[in-house]
Design a protein around this ligand. Structure first.
Ligand SMILES: [Fe+2]
Ligand SMILES: [Fe+2]
Length: 174
């Protein structure tokens, strides 16, 4: 029977018979997706100085990666490549919006990142960007004492690790 589900990472709701294996908006794993009434979601977090600095950096990373993916999508010739990069761009834009809410910002700047004309080079750059993001998020997780902030950084490590697999499945060597 159709139900309303909610992702505890991005807070967005999904309508479906079953919970999705991954949040269709932010990519979070199924363990974070609950029936709407059971989901615990908060963007009202008391940030330490360190958490605030890391949240600001995370926002920057996600804006930058979203812009890169949308650029790569526009340059791609094949439909699959176009759709892959667009899907990745949407997920990263959703991540930026998580940090926007945590930082209580009204709006966020648009990323200006460029990309290559070449699909393979863009896949390679995707892999490098995701690797850097994972490293940063793992460190930010360790630096935080806040339960919600740690949960977000942990979920993002998992999500960006999935993104690494997408480029590896298409021939990028780790
Ligand atoms: Fe989500
Ligand atoms: Fe991301």
């Amino acid at each position: 029977m159709v139900k309303l589900w909610r992702c505890e990472i991005c807070g967005d709701a999904y309508i479906g018979d079953e919970p999705p294996a991954n949040c269709p908006f932010c990519g979070a794993k199924r363990k974070f997706i609950k029936e709407f009434k059971e989901a615990v979601v908060s963007f009202d977090v008391m940030l330490s100085e360190k958490d605030k600095k890391n949240a600001e950096k995370a926002l920057e990373v996600e804006i930058s990666n979203a812009a890169f993916y949308f650029c790569a999508s526009k340059k791609a010739n094949e439909v699959e490549a176009r759709k892959l990069f667009k899907a990745l761009g949407k997920v990263e834009a959703e991540h930026a919006s998580i940090w926007r809410k945590i930082l209580k910002l009204e709006s966020i700047p648009k990323g200006m990142d460029s990309c290559s004309e070449d699909y393979t080079l863009n896949l390679q750059e995707s892999h490098e960007r995701e690797t850097r993001a994972i490293k940063f998020y793992k460190n930010a997780f360790l630096e935080s004492d806040n339960k919600r902030v740690k949960q977000l950084f942990e979920a993002l490590v998992e999500i960006e690790s999935d993104h690494l697999l997408l480029s590896e499945q298409r021939g990028v060597v780790k």
